[in-house]
Design a protein around this ligand. Structure first.
Ligand SMILES: CC(C)(COP(=O)(O)OP(=O)(O)OC[C@H]1O[C@@H](n2cnc3c(N)ncnc32)[C@H](O)[C@@H]1OP(=O)(O)O)[C@@H](O)C(=O)NCCC(=O)NCCS
Length: 183
């Protein structure tokens, strides 16, 4: 079933579905070098079949309410992905992941997309915490967390191995019962 989260007149989030396969592959393909800097998946995404497999898995995860992947549409154009990587109902929390077309940075798209997803997590999924993890050196991603008003919970050293390098993660948290303008 489709799911659309409207943000404003410029921005919408659509749950990722099979019909988005080619669009998403083209978006990944033209952003490879830039996305590889901080994300593991581009080298593993060699063809649209890899995207189709990813969409199938994400459909299954949403069916189980264990995850949700949305395509970000900016003026009706696909510009990125935002997701709940894991919905942990037992812990009443989820973790957001995201990326944006390189050429669409600097317009507040991701900050607004995150606000909408956090609102959905709190109001629709009834979760009480949203986490965002960014590599310690990923300034652009950490700036999104800080713009959202999330609290820095700490730094986890040696949290990920990316392209042979160990990375530390900064963990940010947004809580439903603490003041956050996500409405
Ligand atoms: C991380 C990433 C999504 C950040 O993108 P971004 O464009 O910097 O973030 P936003 O879309 O929230 O835009 C914020 C920028 O728009 C500006 N802006 C304009 N209008 C705005 C608005 N209405 N609201 C908020 N910011 C606005 C902000 O000032 C900021 O610009 P600045 O960085 O020059 O200060 C992007 O760099 C990316 O995809 N990187 C590669 C993948 C990645 O690292 N993913 C995260 C892994 S943890």
């Amino acid at each position: 079933m489709s799911l659309t989260l409207a943000v404003d007149e410029e921005l919408e989030l659509h749950r990722l579905q099979h019909q988005h396969t080619e669009t998403l592959f083209e978006l990944v393909d033209r952003n490879r070098d830039y996305l590889e800097r901080w994300l593991p998946f581009p080298p593993l995404t060699k063809s649209s079949q890899d995207i189709a497999d990813f969409i199938k898995k994400s459909n299954h995860a949403w069916g189980q309410r264990e995850g949700l992947v949305c395509l970000i549409l900016w003026h009706q154009q696909a510009v990125g992905i935002i997701s709940f990587n894991k919905i942990m109902s037992n812990l009443s929390k989820t973790e957001i992941g995201y990326w944006l077309d390189q050429s669409q940075q600097g317009q507040g798209i991701m900050t607004r997309a995150c606000q909408r997803m956090i609102h959905f997590a709190f109001e629709e999924l009834q979760l009480s915490k949203v986490e965002i993890r960014a590599a310690r050196e990923n300034r652009a991603s950490r700036a999104v967390c800080e713009r959202l008003g999330c609290q820095l919970e700490g730094i986890i050293t040696q949290s990920e191995k990316l392209h042979g390098q160990l990375l530390d993660h900064a963990i940010y948290a947004c809580h439903r019962d603490r003041s956050l303008d996500v409405g």
